[in-house]
Design a protein around this ligand. Structure first.
Ligand SMILES: [Zn+2]
Length: 239
């Protein structure tokens, strides 16, 4: 833990210094290319430290005070030699939820898997397992979001008892259990289904053999989170 705190302290000092430089440049009507800084996390980063780093990045994004860590030419050269991402983000394809922006991170930080409505098919699951096994990534986050179009479309198809076109039906089949789970519950059906879809995603991951093995050894954590489109806040809903 001391390593983590030391790292976070160093990161803060380093980045706050660079932010001041940015403010200085702006004050002199010069626009810096970015406030970029090199801030790699240590290879033995714990799941808790990884989650804390994501939370802090999201706070900067919410405040619209990003520091764009790890977005330098130096970092690009470093990660070309090998990657050491600290979190897997499994999330929807929605253009309003770009993970590197939402968590204010840079190159080589996040291992991102995206499908519409974060529908968990075999390729997505295999990609998550690959991240955990190959890169020892300690944190897996299933990230859903407000007003998810894929969940909305699934509700529509089910309500009309229609058939979705092409492979969109694959998405509907994968998201359907979340809608069915909450269809008789009070409140907003879409939002309830989005939250159920996040929770079911976490449940599914927690029962797959490879991830179960890593969970039992205490090597990883799997959490669920919900993104608010207007505020930019990521709430941890399942931990
Ligand atoms: Zn979505």
């Amino acid at each position: 833990m001391s390593t983590k705190h030391e790292f976070l302290r160093r990161e803060f000092l380093h980045l706050s210094g660079l932010t001041s430089i940015g403010a200085f440049l702006l004050g002199h009507k010069l626009t810096p290319v970015s406030y970029a800084a090199s801030a790699p996390l240590p290879s033995d980063t714990s799941a808790d430290a990884a989650l804390q780093t994501l939370k802090e990045g999201n706070q900067r994004f919410v405040a619209m005070k990003p520091i764009h860590p790890n977005l330098t030419a130096e970092r690009r050269t470093d990660v070309a030699k090998g990657q050491n991402p600290f979190a897997i983000i499994f999330e929807c394809v929605d253009s309003r939820v770009p993970p590197e922006l939402v968590f204010d991170r840079g190159l080589g930080d996040l291992f991102v898997i995206r499908t519409a409505g974060q529908a968990l098919d075999k390729a997505a699951l295999g990609s998550i397992e690959f991240g955990v096994e190959e890169y020892n990534i300690p944190l897996v986050m299933v990230l859903g979001h407000e007003k998810c179009g894929a969940v909305e479309a699934t509700i529509e198809v089910l309500e009309k008892k229609a058939q979705a076109h092409g492979q969109i039906r694959t998405l509907v089949e994968l998201i359907k259990p979340a809608v069915e789970k909450v269809k008789n519950k009070p409140g907003d059906l879409l939002d309830n289904a989005i939250r159920a879809n996040i929770a079911l995603g976490v449940d599914k991951l927690k029962t797959t053999p490879i991830l179960t093995e890593h969970l039992e050894k205490g090597k990883i954590k799997i959490v669920g989170a919900y993104y608010d489109l207007e505020t930019g806040v990521v709430d941890i809903t399942v931990s």
